[in-house]
Design a binder for this molecule. Structure first.
Ligand code: BDR
Ligand code: CA
Length: 318
């Protein structure tokens, strides 16, 4: 039976790739999408999400708009990464429908509780919606199989030298999710930064006359600009889509169950501290007490296999 999945997105170049994969893979049942500000404004994220789902032919998947800013701080601009429109200039026709009338938190509550099977919630964005959901309606935890989140890192950051964007954008929200008691799977930069499509393949897709392969090619070929606007090199990352692929091919990832916490202060704000020591717990001997969540952390990936799964699913034969 297909896995019931809800995606929480800030579409976003690679959220778009994730939506296309989730809508296309037969082992996934995409039962809803919630939107949050992150890569672009909430309004833009909702519009992009509806357009991408229309491109996928998934116009029956409900979409709900959630938080327009993080819990505490104002929303930040990620235009240098995803373009001013959040889709790196890839123009998709407007969708002929609107988001659900209810707030994403209420949509998530209702959808999760109504489903006959435990739902997998995949967070590909700042975790503001999830934190609000888990605080307002903790009863949903009983019908969540797990939360799979793209976020954090056991090593290098991207938004700062230490912090990954999704966690950095709303660290308090990520901290609430880590403390929720729901089983957690972290698809962080340790794997996110490795799953890529070769440049020639992306450019061949971009040259297609068919709208879907063409859009996928352009999304893969978009370059992350430097802060001064200089376009970056080709990366070809499938990004957030890799976290959704991990639901289908869990054995393509090397995973360790590790203590994780979020740093909330100073330059390290938004860093996920992943305790990889041989003998954790010495902190207590030094008088340091802190709360750790136990998280399945992806530390390695068969990148070729995951990228191949993505292409075979989203653009078969193209
Ligand atoms: C994450 O932030 C966004 O740029 C991407 O969509 C991804 O979810 C990577 O840090
Ligand atoms: Ca994202």
């Amino acid at each position: 039976m297909a896995i019931p999945v809800i995606l929480d997105v800030d579409t976003g170049v690679d959220d778009a790739l994730a939506l296309l994969f989730a809508a296309a893979h037969p082992e996934l049942d995409l039962i809803g999408v919630s939107c949050v500000a992150g890569n672009a404004s909430l309004e833009r994220v909702v519009d992009n999400t509806l357009r991408v789902l229309a491109l996928a032919g998934a116009t029956d998947v409900p979409v709900a708009a959630g938080a327009s800013r993080p819990l505490i701080e104002p929303a930040r601009d990620a235009g240098h990464v995803h373009g001013a429109d959040g889709l790196a200039g890839v123009v998709l026709p407007p969708a002929d429908r609107r988001a659900e009338p209810e707030h994403a938190v209420e949509f998530l509550r209702r959808t999760i509780l109504a489903h006959p099977e435990p739902v997998t919630l995949v967070a590909l964005a700042p975790q503001t919606n999830l934190a609000l959901l888990l605080r307002l309606h903790p009863e949903v935890a009983a019908n969540l199989a797990r939360i799979v989140f793209m976020g954090g890192s056991a090593g290098v950051g991207n938004a700062t030298a230490l912090a990954e964007f999704n966690v950095w954008h709303d660290p308090e929200a990520a901290s609430v999710v880590l403390g929720s008691g729901v089983p957690l799977f972290m698809y962080g930069l340790d794997v996110f930064n490795h799953v890529a499509v070769p440049r020639e393949r992306a450019q061949a897709l971009a040259a297609s006359v068919e709208p879907l392969p063409s859009a996928v090619g352009w999304l893969l070929d978009h370059r992350i600009a430097a802060p001064d606007g200089t376009p970056g090199d080709y990366l070809g990352w499938i990004g957030d889509a890799g976290a959704v692929c991990s639901l289908v091919v869990p054995d393509a990832l090397r995973v360790e169950r590790l203590p994780v916490r979020v740093e909330l202060a100073g330059y390290g704000r938004g860093q996920t501290v992943v305790d990889r020591r041989e003998h954790p717990g010495e902190d207590a001997a030094h008088g340091l007490t802190t709360e750790w969540a136990t998280v399945d952390v992806a530390l390695g990936v068969d990148a070729e296999r995951v990228a191949g799964l993505f292409l075979d699913t989203v653009v078969p034969g193209a």
